[in-house]
Design a protein around this ligand. Structure first.
Ligand SMILES: O=C(O)CCC(=O)C(=O)O
Length: 337
């Protein structure tokens, strides 16, 4: 049909109905993989279709999940006593050498007024601590937990370590397949990123484990205007240096990330790509810059830091940010205005 946003709503609704009927048909067949295939159909309907009356697709997903979970419990009982699965040894990625004079400041639970006057209004980055420690995800989430609640769900993933690479592509696969191939795989150079705009709408069990940072109330819009993104991937995934039009609270749930920030005043030294698609992305590889081609990059002032579980990075709108995961990592970002 063409690009998703150009497909008329009636067609998307027809597609969602088609997925639902197909899923029901698969459930009626007495084949072994039927429920899993039905779940995939529902996910395709949720991802590509339009909402159906009574949230029909989500409800069928709930029923299928419960059925599949029951099968898994039976399988686990059967497998009790079997040797534990082989653990994959990954090499630790290089830890960056950081300059302490350029570090991003940290504050423990500042008041709303203090944050507004000293960081939001003057557009200064900050790492906030102690503001999300009570969210259930902080205690609950692990690779095993994600596999348990979302393992059979089909989601879009990005393949390749950074979206500016020639070999970068996108694919649909289940969260379980993503974990097997890219998070727990034996070939660390095969990198994938589950960087997803709809994950929390598609999988309400995960949405129930997160909140919205209180400081978002300083924005002009209401809660529905906040875009919540999931960023799950292995050590070594990189988000190349880029900027976004909205403020961001990047909440770190699992693992550590190295962060580099440049203010919008440095833009000329950062060599943004020409052309519409990547105009918000720098051509420079931040940790291995080609200074012959991009000589001004050396003079660009920056701030840097590590972001660990429970910490929240405030990235003001328009600020350039570069992110590299040092471990298997899950972050949740909140874009707000
Ligand atoms: O965590 C990442 O890799 C990138 C996060 C990001 O770019 C964003 O939230 O805008």
């Amino acid at each position: 049909m063409g690009p998703w946003r150009e497909v008329r709503g009636t067609w998307r609704k027809a597609f969602a109905w088609g997925c639902l009927l197909r899923a029901l048909g698969l459930c009626c067949q007495d084949t072994q993989g039927g429920p899993l295939q039905a779940l995939r159909q529902c996910d395709l309907g949720l991802l590509l279709g339009a909402p159906l009356p009574g949230d029909a697709l989500q409800r069928v997903v709930g029923l299928l999940q419960r059925h599949l979970h029951g099968l898994e419990v039976d399988k686990e009982k059967e497998e009790e006593g079997a040797p534990p699965p082989k653990k994959i040894q990954r090499e630790f990625p290089v830890r960056p050498a950081m300059k302490s004079e350029a570090s991003i400041p940290y504050l423990l639970c500042p008041s709303l007024e203090h944050f507004r006057d000293h960081y939001l209004v003057p557009q200064k980055p900050l790492v906030l601590e102690g503001i999300v420690s009570h969210w259930p995800c902080m205690k609950k989430w692990s690779v095993a937990y994600l596999r348990q609640v979302a393992g059979s769900r089909t989601v879009p993933v990005e393949l390749g370590s950074r979206y500016t690479d020639q070999e970068w592509s996108q694919a649909l696969m289940t969260v379980g397949e993503f974990i097997d191939r890219y998070v727990e795989n034996e070939f660390p150079d095969h990198t994938g990123y589950l960087a997803q705009h709809q994950l929390f709408e598609q999988i309400p069990e995960l949405k129930a484990d997160i909140g919205v940072p209180d400081y978002c109330c300083l924005g002009k819009g209401d809660e529905d205007d906040i875009t919540v993104n999931a960023w799950f991937g292995p050590a070594g995934t990189v988000s190349p240096l880029h900027h976004d039009p909205q403020h961001n609270f990047l909440v770190q749930v699992m693992g550590q990330k190295y962060i580099r920030l440049y203010s919008p005043q440095q833009s000329e030294r950062l060599y943004p790509h020409e052309g519409h698609l990547l105009h918000n992305t720098s051509q420079v590889d931040v940790e291995d810059p080609d200074l012959e081609t991009f000589p001004q990059f050396q003079a660009a002032a920056f701030q840097e830091g590590l972001l660990g579980p429970g910490q929240v990075l405030f990235i003001p709108a328009g600020h350039w940010h570069y992110v590299r995961a040092l471990d298997t990592s899950f972050s949740v970002s909140f874009w707000w205005s």
